[in-house]
Design a protein around this ligand. Structure first.
Ligand code: GLN
Length: 250
């Protein structure tokens, strides 16, 4: 596909369409910032970003290249559950086909098999990820450091009641060096499957962890254009944000 046929503006390497899932109901602790970082870094890499939103009842946009979804309270997860189920087939197909996706906290849980809330309500997930989540009366709150092979050290903030157990179909994103992550016993945080990255971390995640943003952008470009030509992102603020986040107490 030429840059022209991909809807590129002149001088651009092509357009990358980023879809934010349910920003109206699933968007806490600055998760919106993930979409903004992708937009900025896509531009820095010389591509044209197009930021789209999908909320309950909307028509699902065509030709989406990268999907991000944020966290939410149990009540927000209940609001989106039926609509999410109606999009399960489509989202699963995209994930299986290698579309890059970032699912944070509440949507991480619902990308899995189910989330049983601390009140006992079972919210079905869409089964992209082989994980199960059960709420408890203990909330896991605080700053987190995660060691990963793929993205180096990841920094963020967690606040969830759900404890997530990973099945054999996924691998953990990393190992928690500070904080809890998936659950109180395994010492793991997040999940990885194909080009899906799932994490409990807010903050938002991508401003402090540009390696993950660039992985998502690279994957989107390679999938769409067959190749990714990186640009020269300005990482000064990311470096400062990382230094600051790394100094925070739990
Ligand atoms: N409501 C879910 C929980 O408490 C997710 C929370 C979140 O997205 N921060 O586990």
């Amino acid at each position: 596909m030429t840059a022209e046929s991909a809807g590129a503006v002149s001088g651009s390497k092509g357009t990358i369409r980023v879809l934010q899932l349910y920003p109206r109901d699933m968007n806490i602790y600055g998760d919106w910032g993930n979409a903004l970082v992708l937009k900025q870094r896509i531009s820095w890499h010389g591509y044209t970003p197009e930021l789209l939103e999908y909320n309950v009842g909307d028509e699902f946009p065509a030709d989406v290249d990268l999907i991000v979804g944020g966290g939410g309270q149990d009540s927000g997860q209940l609001v989106i559950q039926d609509d999410l189920q109606s999009r399960a087939g489509l989202l699963k197909e995209l994930a299986e086909d290698g579309a890059p996706m970032l699912a944070i906290c509440g949507l991480y849980q619902l990308f899995g098999r189910f989330f049983k809330t601390h009140l006992g309500t079972v919210i079905p997930g869409i089964g992209i990820l082989d994980v199960e989540t059960r709420g408890t009366d203990e909330r896991l709150i605080g700053n987190v450091k995660v060691a990963t092979e793929e993205f180096g050290e990841i920094l963020g903030y967690e606040n969830h009641s759900g404890q997530t157990t990973l099945g054999p179909g996924v691998r953990p994103l990393g190992t928690t060096a500070k904080g809890t992550g998936n659950n109180s016993s395994d010492g793991h945080e997040g999940a990885r499957y194909k080009n899906v990255v799932a994490s409990y971390l807010h903050g938002s995640l991508l401003p402090k962890n540009p390696a993950i943003a660039d992985f998502l952008i690279r994957t989107a470009a390679e999938r769409k254009f067959g190749t990714f030509e990186p640009g020269a992102p300005d990482d000064r603020f990311a470096v400062l944000a990382r230094e600051h986040a790394a100094r925070r107490p739990r």
